[in-house]
Ligand binder design. Sequence first.
Ligand SMILES: Cc1cc2nc3c(=O)[nH]c(=O)nc-3n(C[C@H](O)[C@H](O)[C@H](O)COP(=O)(O)O)c2cc1C
Length: 222
Amino acid sequence: MTLSDLNTLLAARHSCRAFRPDPVPREHIEQILISAGRVPSWCNAQPWNVVVTSGTETERFRNALREEAMSGAPAPDLPFPTSYSGVYRDRRRECGWALYEAVGVERGDRAASARQMIKNFTLFDAPHCAILSSPAELGPYGAMDCGGFVTAFTLAAQSLGVATIPQAAVASYGPFLHRYFDIPEDRLILCAISFGYADKDHPANGFRTDRASPDAFVDWLG
Ligand SMILES: Cc1cc2nc3c(=O)[nH]c(=O)nc-3n(C[C@H](O)[C@H](O)[C@H](O)COP(=O)(O)O)c2cc1C
């Protein structure tokens, strides 16, 4: 394993927003979960728990989530960002516009952008969804550990040709998710990861995001 191998994997992964219906074999999902569970966590607490849906359970969840998103009020367990300012606002806009441009949504067309956003709640047609939670008592550090889990999950999946998208949008409906999956109230639902095989020809998968160079985020001392 070289840095170049790792960089190849990192460059190949992207957030997939259109999936084919074919299921991922159970043994591949298990391998992805084993790899994701290798990440470090404070005190090695390994705070992640995932509910993974397949087949008709994904369909049932997709339908219920879409209905909830149409009628329910957002109430995420973890407070969503209060604002994005400066470069964070710029980057957020840039990746939003790249998506809209790829799928043919004109700037300012709120109805069309809402239609694209709502695809979050049909899991972009993915055949599988993992709902990730962390113990509330571990607070932001449990969530931080789970961030590593998300990254390793997406990279392990990529290495097996499985496309992924982490989705905070799904976590908007915290009370519904707790009820639906019987997730105890002492756990915080952080996000979903929808996954499956990419519909590579779909326009929503036809753009890639950039990254700032270390010059933009490192303060060297010494
Ligand atoms: C924790 C987390 C939550 C995210 N939530 C969403 C989401 O709800 N909907 C969505 O379309 N993308 C979501 N994304 C994907 C990001 O928009 C994406 O990672 C970012 O634009 C960089 O693009 P890339 O993943 O293709 O490299 C999320 C990513 C992360 C890490």
